[in-house]
Design a binder for this molecule. Structure first.
Ligand SMILES: [Zn+2]
Length: 421
């Protein structure tokens, strides 16, 4: 049996009063974090401890009225995440925790204990969940959750978190299941290339394509709103606050972009699930997105070349979100008993997949590849050519050993590790 822990996000249906209450809770949670951070950084090192922080939080909830709207469990969760943030910093996984600004922080409230949630399914498409201080609320049922008779000590929901984005409040469940280990996948091998013409090109000739994320009407609305926002911003006098009208325009822009992103995510999940089900071994290029998308402008001393083209490519790579595709493929293939292999990227789009030679000037355009080797002269789709090269590299045994653990260091560490006692 294999233990699996994952999250599932569902849309909540809240009344305006409940939305206001949830907003208040999220702001209280953020303020709690900020107070905690201030208290922690001001306190002498020898007096910092989990117990002292816990006592300070209890006192703050008693003394400050509006901190009381935050349920006690959620306040404890803030403390826990704060300590975890320092731990991540000391162990080199992240930068120092800092203050959370009102406009730049994702609004969220923790519901750390799964048994308080009391989830039930009331309809084919709807479930009910109990949220502290909000009561019983409806959520969109899109996945079979281990609740009721299906829940036991091993398969259950261990907690949840309320998260707000441009489309409103959502609930993210933390789910734990034990599945039997999958049989090794006997499917074929496939190479995948992140294409310019198509989002994903497979070495067996298949492509995964998608249309525009927004309809023509939605795109027109977005353009109009963006122009209106720019116009209002331009007329604003120096030091003047953002007007309520402008803020409403920003909200509508954000809503449309969030809708596009959600459609993209949906497509990405469906595509990667399809690929993981069909193929036993999936080979991808180990692209360094950060290098490829580094500012094309260069510096004042050494300005970059082809700035416009490169920034267009930057946009398209970001839009296709290749990194997330690889991440999804990694866990989906392993669930199906398959494997994901990464091969070194250089030259895969310039080499001919038939004769194996890299002849200067071989690539005719972004979409068509014509081999300039006089003995070969093969011509075909450039993206399929690259994906066949990717598969070929794997068959030759040129795979990259995945690095152990993911270390993400966003900022240089400025503090010496302090001991939390
Ligand atoms: Zn050739």
């Amino acid at each position: 049996m294999v233990k699996r822990q994952f999250g599932h996000r569902a849309r909540l249906v809240l009344t305006p009063a409940q939305v206001r209450l949830a907003d208040e809770q999220a702001h209280a949670a953020r303020t709690m974090w900020n107070l905690l951070h201030e208290w922690w950084t001001v306190l002498p090192r020898e007096r910092r401890s989990l117990a002292a922080a816990d006592a300070a939080i209890r006192q703050a909830r008693k003394e400050i009225d509006w901190l009381g709207v935050l349920p006690a469990q959620a306040a404890q969760a803030v403390l826990k995440t704060y300590f975890q943030a320092w731990k991540n910093c000391w162990e080199g996984r992240a930068g120092e925790p800092g203050f959370k600004a009102r406009c730049r922080t994702v609004m969220s409230v923790d519901v750390p204990q799964g048994r308080d949630l009391n989830i039930s399914r009331v309809h084919r498409r709807w479930g009910m969940v109990t949220i502290p201080k909000l009561g019983r609320v409806r959520f969109r049922w899109t996945k079979d959750l281990p609740v009721g008779k299906r829940a036991d000590q091993q398969n259950r929901i261990t907690g949840a978190r309320l998260v707000k984005d441009a489309l409103g409040w959502h609930v993210a469940f933390r789910i734990q299941t034990y599945d039997s280990a999958p049989e090794p996948h006997a499917g074929p091998e496939v190479g995948i290339d992140v294409g310019i013409g198509v989002p994903l090109a497979l070495s067996d000739g298949a492509t995964h394509d998608h249309g525009e994320w927004l309809t023509e009407k939605e795109r027109a609305t977005l353009l109009r709103l963006e122009r209106r926002a720019a116009c209002r911003k331009a007329c604003r006098r120096r030091g003047e606050k953002t007007s309520r009208r402008l803020r409403r325009t920003y909200d509508r822009i954000q809503g449309l972009r969030a809708r596009a992103k959600r459609r993209h995510l949906d497509w990405q999940h469906k595509t990667t699930t399809d690929i993981a089900r069909k193929y036993g071994t999936v080979v991808v290029e180990a692209l360094k997105i950060t290098n490829m998308t580094r500012s094309a402008k260069g510096t004042a001393d050494s300005p970059g070349k082809n700035v416009a083209q490169k920034s267009g490519l930057n946009r398209s790579i970001h839009a296709q979100a290749w990194g997330r595709t690889v991440e999804q493929l990694a866990y989906k293939t392993s669930r199906q008993g398959g494997t994901l292999v990464k091969v070194p990227a250089p030259g895969t789009s310039r080499r001919c997949s038939v004769c194996g030679s890299t002849t200067p000037g071989s690539r005719e355009s972004q979409a068509v590849f014509v081999c300039k080797n006089p003995d070969c002269g093969w011509a075909g789709n450039a993206d399929h050519n690259a994906s066949r090269n990717v598969l070929h590299l794997y068959r030759m045994g040129l795979t990259l050993v995945p690095a152990a653990g993911r270390a993400v260091v966003r900022r240089a560490r400025r503090v010496k590790p302090a001991t939390a006692r």
